[in-house]
Design a protein around this ligand. Structure first.
Ligand code: TRP
Ligand code: SF4
Length: 336
């Protein structure tokens, strides 16, 4: 632990604008943690390169977009260290050194590796960089000696691998250099997309956090409701309606119970119900959009925050690397 507080590390790949699923499923949780832990939040652009190495043209833009999403949702650069992975080259050095002790079989049997090789089409992922994805992730976490890592369940295998690498490293070099990072599951609120499947960029069913109010209203108007409701006064079943699922997240009592009842009795029409949701959602997003507009006017500020984060991260990363080089016998010669 660094000081009194436990250390948290997490990362997101900069692949474009974040949506409500990212906000409620991860970001809100990260933001909550920044009060009680020493948090490092990293925009992992090298991880994005493992799959998108052929199209890197948007990477700078995406990094800034992600930083703006994070900041506008309430991530606070005074509390958390917010930085870009490729700005701290120590991630690459530790990745290299950890790769020395990581058996290839651990990486080959990693379920995300096998799945993605099959699922991602049209790109050659039979690369050294791609199979090493979890080693790079371990390097991210270990560089800051993180005690815990808030992630979704899809990252369990990667975190287990990080712990295995820690055990092997500490064992080989005979010193407890790294703590084993715990998995901290995001208090996961499953956010459904416009079509009732899980909200996900790959399903094209998202509402972007930074979406324009008119765009958000439009998307909500298109949402699928109870398919059994044909006329406005047909009794509906809110429990199978995505609009109601959203009301449950963003609306409060007693309004929620009223909607449920009037839907079931057929006294509210879906159009009114949806407009009501838009209103509540846009009220929720208003402070976020306000901060976003301020940041958009001042992109220099975002770059400054990332630069400040780089410097803070670097201090810790340098210290860890000195220790790693020393236990591995790579500290170099001192010239007298
Ligand atoms: N693999 C993570 C994801 O796809 C992103 C990531 C990279 C990460 N490095 C990390 C998450 C370190 C937690 C800690 O979501
Ligand atoms: Fe869904 Fe509202 Fe229509 Fe009921 S009234 S089916 S909750 S949109």
């Amino acid at each position: 632990m660094q000081g009194e507080k436990g250390v948290i590390f997490s990362g997101m790949r900069p692949t474009g604008r974040l949506h409500l699923g990212n906000l409620l499923g991860a970001l809100e949780n990260w933001i909550r943690l920044q009060d009680d832990y020493k948090c490092y939040y990293c925009i992992v652009d090298w991880h994005a390169m493992t799959t998108d190495y052929e199209n890197p043209s948007r990477i700078n833009e995406n990094v800034l977009e992600m930083a703006m999403d994070w900041l506008s949702c309430g991530m606070d650069p005074e509390k958390a260290v917010i930085f870009r992975q490729s700005d701290v080259k120590e991630h690459a050095e530790l990745h290299l050194l950890l790769s020395m002790v990581t058996p290839l079989s651990w990486l080959e049997r990693c379920p995300t590796y096998k799945d993605q090789l099959q699922q991602i089409e049209g790109r050659n992922l039979a690369t050294y960089g791609f199979i090493g994805y979890p080693v790079l992730q371990a390097a991210d976490i270990l560089l800051y000696k993180a005690d815990a890592v808030p992630v979704g369940e899809d990252q369990d295998a990667h975190l287990e691998l990080s712990r295995e690498i820690v055990r092997r490293f500490n064992h080989i070099y005979g010193k407890k250099v790294f703590p084993e990072p715990k998995t901290l599951h995001n208090q996961y609120k499953i956010v459904l997309g416009l079509d009732r499947r899980k909200m996900s960029k790959s399903y094209n069913n998202t509402i972007e956090i930074a979406g324009k109010p008119e765009e958000i209203r439009q998307k909500i108007r298109m949402m699928i409701t109870d398919p059994g409701r044909i006329r406005k006064d047909d009794p509906g079943n809110p429990s199978i309606c995505s609009v109601f699922a959203f009301h449950q997240i963003f609306n409060t009592e007693p309004a929620l119970a009223e909607i449920e009842e009037s839907c079931a009795r057929g006294t509210i029409g879906c159009v009114a119900c949806k407009d009501n949701l838009s209103k509540v959602l846009l009220e929720y997003l208003e402070p976020i959009h306000k901060r976003r507009r301020e940041l958009e006017k001042n992109p220099g500020r975002v770059k400054e925050i990332l630069e400040d984060g780089r410097q803070k991260a670097l201090q810790v990363a340098r210290k860890t690397m000195e220790e790693v080089r020393t236990v591995m016998g790579l500290q170099g010669f001192t010239v007298k």
